[in-house]
Ligand binder design. Structure first.
Ligand SMILES: [Zn+2]
Length: 180
């Protein structure tokens, strides 16, 4: 999520972005990964769950070459995105105006999550399935709710819909037992 200056940053304990497997080609559309399933699993276990739980978004980035080919659609202009983020931040400041310690969704504790991240029964079912199938921890669950709240805010929506929840789950790649 968009960070302000005083927000803590989480950096993976390596200088480069993390590869999906030892050879680096797992999930690549153009080159074949030669690692075995067990090898990939063991490699990924090196990134600890508690560490991943502290990161809001995990996204797999395809090889640059592929991204260039794939991006034929018109991209949204940065100032349009900036305005949307500004509005979402305003909305969050208003939400937490009575709480001096919190100014954005990322800072919510269990009490605020319960108050501001209410899910419809459809979204609840979706997140329950994700918890079970993707092996999510309780901490990852809370983080999912916060990210879902922010995605809803970016759409100026008071309700957290099942679309918001499923978008969030897509940003939690590393929570999956094996990325596919
Ligand atoms: Zn590989």
């Amino acid at each position: 999520m968009v960070r302000e200056g005083n927000e803590p940053h989480v950096v993976l304990p390596c200088k480069k972005a993390t590869h999906p497997c030892p050879c680096g080609y797992f999930g690549d559309l153009k080159r074949e990964c030669r690692c075995g399933t067990l090898q990939v699993q063991r490699y990924r276990q090196r990134i600890s769950g508690p560490l991943l739980d502290r990161i809001d978004l995990h996204i797999e980035v395809p090889a640059v070459e592929y991204r260039d080919i794939a991006s034929t659609r018109a991209e949204e202009a940065s100032d349009v995105i900036r305005e949307r983020v500004r509005r979402a931040r305003d909305q969050q400041r208003t939400r937490f105006r009575s709480d001096k310690k919190i100014n954005c969704n990322a800072r919510m504790g269990p009490r605020q999550i319960q108050q501001h991240c209410k899910l419809s029964s459809e979204s609840q079912e979706l997140i329950r399935i994700a918890m079970t199938q993707l092996n999510l921890s309780a901490r990852a669950y809370d983080r999912n709710l916060k990210v879902s709240r922010t995605i809803a805010d970016l759409e100026s929506s008071n309700e957290i819909s099942s679309e918001h929840v499923s978008e969030t789950i897509q940003y939690r790649t590393f929570d999956r037992t094996l990325w596919v």
